[in-house]
Design a binder for this molecule. Structure first.
Ligand SMILES: [Zn+2]
Length: 249
């Protein structure tokens, strides 16, 4: 019985390790979200610069086209005969010139915006790189914590056979079956006040007596957990009752 309790203690610790191994990686999820937000932020800043740059080139191209158009109109001025046509061409040239002025004003505004956007991109790029470095560090810490938990579990698993070997006969199989049925929590439980502390059901008087005598290990007829009386299994009595390992339900 003592070996059984030791095995149960060890299995409980292994179970805790398994649970930690499942929980630890979840901490990384929030860091991944921050990482994505930072990447999006950087992309937005870069896009802003790119868009302004493109608009500036478009304005410059437009101005070139307008200048070519003006040259063409000026050549046409030399060949027109009618006054109205001449006036109309002059009006056209004037309109295109105004258009050029507007584009030139826009280019000046863009250059100011570009300076600001580039400066902001520089600052943000540095800040984001710093933040990402911090995230990398935190993720590395989580990875280290996880591998530590795995290592701890592996150490316990190595210890297990040496303890399990003392749980003999059908008791071993019975324990393994109960472990599967109740993966967390105890499967070897004390009887308290004639009640199974696993399922809180009352035991039959005869079984209570036999458990009290400590000669047999009984399984609870309600939940199947193995029962013992705490007084019978103190540290000092270790080994004394090992012989009485037959299971009776
Ligand atoms: Zn029970």
């Amino acid at each position: 019985m003592n070996s059984l309790l030791k095995l149960q203690q060890l299995d409980a610790r292994i179970h805790v390790c398994h649970a930690r191994e499942k929980e630890i990686p979840k901490q990384k999820t929030k860091y991944l979200a921050v990482r994505e937000r930072l990447a999006a932020e950087l992309k937005e800043r870069e896009q802003k610069v790119k868009t302004l740059d493109l608009e500036q080139r478009a304005c410059e191209g437009d101005i070139e086209q307008k200048k070519t158009a003006i040259l063409k109109y000026q050549q046409q001025l030399n060949s027109v005969k009618k006054n109205e046509e001449y006036t109309a061409l002059l009006h056209e040239i004037d309109t295109v010139k105004k258009g050029i002025l507007q584009k030139e004003e826009r280019i000046i505004a863009i250059m100011v915006e570009l300076d600001e956007a580039r400066a902001r991109l520089d600052v943000d790029r540095k800040r984001i790189a710093e933040e990402q470095k911090g995230l990398d560090k935190q993720c590395a810490e989580i990875d280290a914590e996880l591998s530590e938990a795995v290592k701890q579990r592996q150490v316990l698993e190595v210890e297990r056979p040496a303890i399990a070997v003392h749980v003999v006969g059908d008791l071993s199989a019975k324990y393994d079956r109960l472990r599967k049925k109740y993966p967390s929590g105890d499967v070897v439980v004390p009887m308290k006040e004639e009640v199974c502390s696993g399922c809180n059901m009352l035991m039959r008087p005869q079984i209570v007596n036999e458990i009290l005598q400590g000669h047999k290990i009984h399984a609870c007829q309600h939940c199947g957990r193995l029962l013992y009386h705490p007084d019978n299994f103190t540290e000092e009595s270790a080994g004394k009752h090992e012989a009485a390992s037959g299971v009776e339900a």
